[in-house]
Design a protein around this ligand. Structure first.
Ligand SMILES: [Zn+2]
Length: 300
């Protein structure tokens, strides 16, 4: 009896000491995390989650959701590197689903000697909100929160004067105020990609920032240089850091392109990436390839 009372007191004390678990307290496997995407997005097949290469980023979203990644290393640690970022805006559902489609094509056809790293959804709180939201859980537009020059001044001016304080485009109080953008900046620093492909919707174009020659079209999407915004990924990585950033804007946030359009987008994207890398790749320090042990460590 006495020991049971002690147990009860101990558990009560423990529950006081432990912080409340975030909404998406991480339990289960990374495959189960992935299956939530398949449940949320009709065009993501559950089989996409079977692949053992899925892993969680070192950071969680503001609400504690994992950011999932897959790495498709090349044979050489000196291989050129491409980082694909889907769903920085959580309500652009096609821009998340298509990264799963690209993974399927990479698994089938191989990565053409490139070290690919892909995250389908870097704003999972936005995706899993009901309804899905462009911003993260703190109401910040993550594509305005990266640390571009004089961010404090220009991001505020832009938000107030150009967007009329549109809450969908709120840049946050400070650059890198959000865990998702902190993760992205650290990932770019660690992975040192030669090319970043960022996927959005629904403008139906491709945009480009960086030192390389922009593609004239990718599939049925024509080049349309929209200019840069304070705090955007194109500005941060493309203009400031000299990494070629290709922004793919799919034509609809809620409807996937047709199979033939997706095939054409993937073919042109691959050709452009290879051409861009051949012409502009400067040798960068090698990138250690993640091993099965690394991924097992992530699971612990
Ligand atoms: Zn977007």
């Amino acid at each position: 009896m006495r020991s049971r009372r002690l147990w009860g007191a101990g558990l009560a004390l423990l529950s006081l000491l432990l912080p409340a678990l975030p909404v998406a307290a991480q339990q289960g496997s990374v495959q189960q995390d992935c299956l939530r995407y398949s449940e949320r997005l009709g065009s993501v097949k559950a089989q996409s989650c079977d692949h053992p290469g899925w892993y969680r980023a070192d950071a969680l979203s503001r609400q504690g959701r994992p950011i999932l990644l897959r790495d498709l290393p090349a044979d050489s640690e000196y291989a050129p590197r491409v980082l694909v970022v889907g769903g920085i805006h959580g309500d652009e559902l096609s821009a998340i689903s298509i990264v799963f489609d690209w993974l399927r094509r990479l698994d089938a056809d191989g990565g053409a000697g490139i070290h690919w790293r892909l995250t389908p959804s870097m704003n999972p709180d936005g995706l899993f909100a009901r309804p899905a939201s462009r911003t993260n859980a703190a109401g910040v537009d993550l594509n305005r929160n990266l640390p571009t020059p004089q961010w404090e001044r220009f991001s505020r001016i832009y938000w107030e004067r150009r967007t009329g304080r549109n809450p969908r485009r709120y840049p946050g109080e400070q650059p890198l105020s959000e865990p998702e953008t902190q993760w992205l900046a650290a990932e770019i620093e660690a992975f040192r990609p030669h090319v970043i492909v960022s996927v959005h919707a629904p403008y139906g174009i491709v945009d480009f920032d960086g030192p390389a020659a922009a593609p004239r079209r990718i599939g049925h999407l024509s080049l349309n240089l929209l200019g840069t915004y304070p705090g955007s990924l194109g500005n941060y990585a493309g203009v400031q850091r000299g990494i070629s950033v290709l922004t793919v804007e799919l034509p609809s946030a809620g409807i996937m392109p047709s199979e033939s359009e997706m095939q054409a987008i993937w073919t042109d994207l691959g050709h452009w990436v290879l051409r861009e890398i051949r012409q502009n790749m400067e040798p960068l320090p090698p990138q250690r390839v993640r091993t099965a042990q690394d991924r097992a460590a992530d699971e612990r």
